[in-house]
Design a protein around this ligand. Sequence first.
Ligand code: B1M
Length: 227
Amino acid sequence: MGRLAHTNNSESPIMQNLSSLHDAVLNGDARTAKTITQDALAEGVEPLKLVQHYMMPAMAEVGRRFETNEYFVPELLISARAMKAALELIRPLLIASGSEPVGRVALGTVKGDLHDIGKNLVGAMLEGGGFEVLDLGVNVSPDQFIVAVKEKKANIVAMSALLTTTMPSMKTTIDALREAGVREQVKVLIGGAPITRKYAEEVGADGYSESAAGAVAMAHQALGLKA
Ligand code: B1M
């Protein structure tokens, strides 16, 4: 599937191609995913629509196929690569420019966890919401979060986890922030597919959101700002 084709069907050519965006991510075809995204953006399609309606459902299907042994780690990787290639084009459009940041966020995927697509989306949305984001990457240790709070003066610690086995790193990090004497200086926000509001309460986080868009409202709320 290449550039947008012009057809006489009732469905617009863009809409026809967008379902191919889903398939391109599902099949790990980075080049097509990028081309369709580029064309759709040029035609004025909402960037977030591309993510929420086409790319995320594709990744959910990738996960389902992985669970049923139709896909294995290499397929996860190439689908992730396709999604990232398309997201690279979308990210700048989500980021606000100008004005003073409303807060400084130390963002990372917790220790032991290498999933970063959701975390990157959260980062882009937070930047779009006026926050300065210090992206600490993946496999982030409690110490790295502490350094970001102490030395970079982050006032929000935002953690992402995708594995049930790495969720406990969130509590370890919150405990470490307390032991380092900086827990009261920051708001701790958490999210990621296996995380629930109940879990956030249990580990003593200040906020939880199930989506990247919700993370912005959560961050505003945590700092007592108007969304
Ligand atoms: Co992995 N993986 N993976 N994987 N992987 C999952 C998470 C899994 C659910 C697949 C499955 O079995 N169905 C499963 C976890 C099972 C579990 O723990 N219960 C799994 C597994 C088992 C593994 C390995 C252990 C596989 C292996 O090696 N045998 C391994 C672990 C490696 C490690 O981290 N140590 C592994 C590896 C990988 C890849 C590296 C190959 C690749 C990641 C590449 C990358 O990220 N650069 C990968 C992928 C792609 C997935 C799936 C298919 C897709 C994840 C994704 O990017 N989703 C995933 C299946 C699934 O999620 N259905 C799966 C799209 C993304 C936009 O959504 O990250 O959920 P998500 O983010 C959302 C929200 O959660 C939220 O906002 C985002 C957008 O709305 N959000 C926040 C996220 N963080 C937030 C923070 C917030 C607020 C909201 O506030 C701070």
